[in-house]
Design a protein around this ligand. Structure first.
Ligand SMILES: *[C@@H]1O[C@H](CO)[C@@H](O)[C@H](O)[C@H]1NC(C)=O
Ligand SMILES: *[C@@H]1O[C@H](CO)[C@@H](O)[C@H](O)[C@H]1NC(C)=O
Ligand SMILES: *[C@@H]1O[C@H](CO)[C@@H](O)[C@H](O)[C@H]1NC(C)=O
Length: 467
């Protein structure tokens, strides 16, 4: 019969299969034994030793898996104590992935918002592991979202939103927690990054406080003479704190900023992002810096001014920027309709243009009063001031995303202007010097007092930073 003829070779095959199976089983069992040995050596299951290991790495916090969250066993301990404002790698991703800082997000979604940098499109999928101050350990789903202003380069400043939905944890409870971003493909790998979750809840009584954000310094930024004038003018205008990012600084500027840092005037954050600026990511990953500054200032700044060190915003009527901003807001009826962000139009003041013969002091801002007759249109080189609590995502020249219900508005040029002091024309040559121009002496309103402040500061600094 046909079936018998077929059955005989099939039985022989079955016997071969069984021997093969036994052969494989032997190696599998052997492998499991070896692996168990290795894992036990690496992560002792003894409660006492596990505890000491955690408290060493987490500065006294013990990691513990929450009930139901332990399919992969106990999460491996973090590699080091939590850090803030240091670019740390996420291991096991296909594309480079770095994280910098972590903030509580209560407004758009209940989450921990992480400032990161990674592939603009097709970023690796990640998740978050969080160690709460009360010793609970959680694994959270994460959403990776490129920050919009990325110029279509390969890498981008990015948000990682560690979602608290379904975790039973409220945003407020994450303050002071340690959080780590891990690649979804290797969840059991020990974390290579660990961040401290910082609070963003605005403190009371900060309504008129003005802080300033500046993009990372690079190319050994060295204009310290001018920088003193810039700082003092902004302080006269009401700024009480500056957030600055150090990619590279000249020794004299480093000394100046370090002195201001010691006085509590500057928060100087280190900025060594291992992604090639301009080639792989937009200038120094500046959009990660702007947005880090937004969340970092949120609890203590009523207003945040985003400008560069060759720019100042000068009001036409008021003496200070908080006075201008409060007046602008007060002009809206009902007050709930008042914008949360105000955009200032840009006007170039070329340093190549002649000095003002009527300058009351030998300051750059007092001498250079010739500017473009027609300022740029809104969103074209404009800069802005905003209520940080009402913003979600900042760009260079305007706010990309405001919190639900918030709005932004342009400031009329008869109320304030962005004075942009440039050494040269944008694209080389001297052509720009022939654009229609006008004399604008708004800066003279502050010049005399500014000169005194600058003199006093320079005198003080000759002792602190002898050059
Ligand atoms: C967390 O764990 C540490 C170390 O075991 C312990 O001292 C501390 O009391 C715990 N904290 C809470 C809130 O349970
Ligand atoms: C600025 O960053 C450079 C490069 O990382 C570093 O060597 C230098 O010490 C930093 N300076 C200050 C004042 O933080
Ligand atoms: C920005 O303004 C300048 C000067 O008015 C103009 O030449 C340029 O085309 C504007 N750019 C955009 C993107 O509108």
């Amino acid at each position: 019969m046909k079936w018998r003829a077929r059955a005989a070779p099939s039985r022989a095959k079955e016997r071969a299969n069984i021997s093969f199976f036994i052969f494989i089983m032997f190696f599998a069992v052997f492998g499991v034994i070896v692996l168990t040995e290795l894992l036990l050596l690496e992560r002792p299951n003894v409660p006492g030793s596990a505890r000491s290991r955690y408290s060493e790495n987490l500065q006294g916090w013990e990691g513990r898996t929450e009930t139901g969250g332990g399919e992969n066993g106990e999460p491996p301990p973090p590699a080091h104590a939590p850090l803030d404002a240091v670019w740390q790698p996420v291991a096991g991703t296909r594309f480079r992935f770095y994280v910098y800082s972590a903030y509580v997000e209560r407004r758009t979604v209940a989450a921990v918002r992480i400032i990161a940098a990674t592939k603009t499109r097709g970023a690796d999928s990640v998740m978050c592991r969080m160690w709460l101050p009360d010793n609970r350990t959680l694994t959270l789903k994460a959403r990776v979202k490129a920050i919009r202003e990325n110029w279509n380069l390969k890498y981008s400043a990015t948000y990682v939103l560690c979602l608290l939905r379904d975790s039973g944890v409220k945003p407020q409870e994450t303050v002071g927690a340690s959080i780590s971003v891990v690649a979804s493909t290797s969840p059991s790998r020990p974390p290579t990054n660990l961040l401290t979750v910082l609070d963003t809840e605005p403190k009371s009584g900060i309504e008129e406080t003005l802080h300033v954000c500046v993009k990372p310094f690079h190319y050994l930024y060295a204009r310290d003479e001018w920088l003193v004038e810039w700082f003092e003018l902004n302080r006269q205008l009401g700024a009480s704190h500056f957030y600055m990012y150090n990619e590279s600084l000249s020794p004299s500027v480093a000394c100046l900023l370090d002195d201001y840092r010691k006085q509590g005037l500057v928060t100087l954050l280190q900025w060594k992002l291992p992604i090639v600026s301009k080639v792989e990511i937009r200038t120094e990953g500046q959009f990660a810096a702007f947005n880090d500054c937004l969340y970092r200032s949120m609890s203590s700044a009523g207003w945040l001014l985003v400008i560069d060190v060759d720019e100042v915003v000068l009001p036409r009527r008021e003496r200070t920027l908080p006075a201008l901003l409060m007046a602008l807001r007060a002009s809206y009826d009902p007050p709930s309709k008042a914008p949360s962000a105000f955009l200032f139009r840009n006007a170039f003041f070329y340093l190549r243009w002649e000095d003002d013969a009527e300058a009351p002091a030998p300051l750059v801002t007092a001498r250079k009063t010739r500017r473009w007759a027609t300022p740029h249109a809104l969103k074209n080189r404009s800069k802005y001031a905003l209520r940080p609590r009402d913003a979600v995502e900042l760009g260079n020249h305007f706010v990309w995303e405001l919190a639900p219900g918030a709005s932004s508005a342009g400031v009329p040029t008869d109320r304030a202007l962005l004075h942009h002091y440039r050494i040269a024309c944008e694209f080389g040559g001297m052509n720009c010097l022939t654009v229609p121009s006008t004399i604008d002496r708004t800066s003279h309103r502050w010049a005399e007092e500014l000169q005194q402040r600058v003199n006093a500061e320079r005198k003080r600094l000759t002792n602190v930073c002898p050059s």
